[in-house]
Design a protein. Structure first.
Length: 184
């Protein structure tokens, strides 16, 4: 039995992790931003961003969070910060939302826990295709990918070993995704 289909199958998005809001109240940054302390304010924002990322992508390891030293810290200012998540490049956009120094974080990358993603894909695809399947998205424990990008994975039938490539489209920074069979 083949996994091939005469039409592409696209299913509702599946979440690898629950969605959370990206609004961060940076209490330490409040006084520093109000006082106009550039690098000290950046350090506080980096610490808050590190904590926020750790909550959202745990247990993935976050390192080297870095925001530009010369970023403007006034209300409405926007700048990019980067980090390493499991050794992979990760980027977030920080927007200062008010004069008190609170800021919003728009994560530009999603962190996919490969084991959870494969389990979700196998369950969803198996239900959709009416077969027991395994999903394989590679050897890494985590994949850090831009939101709206695509990842190639493979479905294999447990009974026959028949394999079919699939495309996993990452829909949000919270690692929600959709998948479809690769036809051809």
């Amino acid at each position: 039995m083949s996994l091939r289909s005469e039409r592409g199958i696209t299913r509702p998005a599946r979440a690898a992790w629950p969605a959370r809001t990206a609004l961060v109240a940076a209490a330490a940054a409040v006084a520093l931003v109000a006082a106009g302390c550039g690098s000290a304010g950046q350090t506080a924002i980096e610490r808050e961003l590190q904590s926020d990322l750790e909550r959202k992508v745990a247990p993935a390891v976050i390192a080297d969070v870095d925001c530009p030293d010369d970023a403007p810290l006034g209300s409405g200012s926007t700048f990019l910060c980067d980090a390493q998540v499991e050794g992979q490049y990760y980027e977030a956009e920080v927007t200062i939302i008010d004069a008190q120094g609170r800021f919003e974080v728009a994560r530009r990358h999603a962190v996919l826990n490969v084991i959870r993603t494969e389990a979700s894909l196998a369950t969803d695809a198996g239900r959709e295709l009416g077969r027991d399947v395994r999903a394989d998205c590679g050897e890494s424990e985590y994949l850090v990918v831009m939101v709206a990008s695509k990842v190639n994975c493979t479905l294999s039938e447990v009974d026959t070993g028949a394999a079919q490539d699939i495309i996993v489209e990452v829909l949000s920074a919270d690692a929600t995704f959709d998948w479809s069979l690769v036809l051809g």
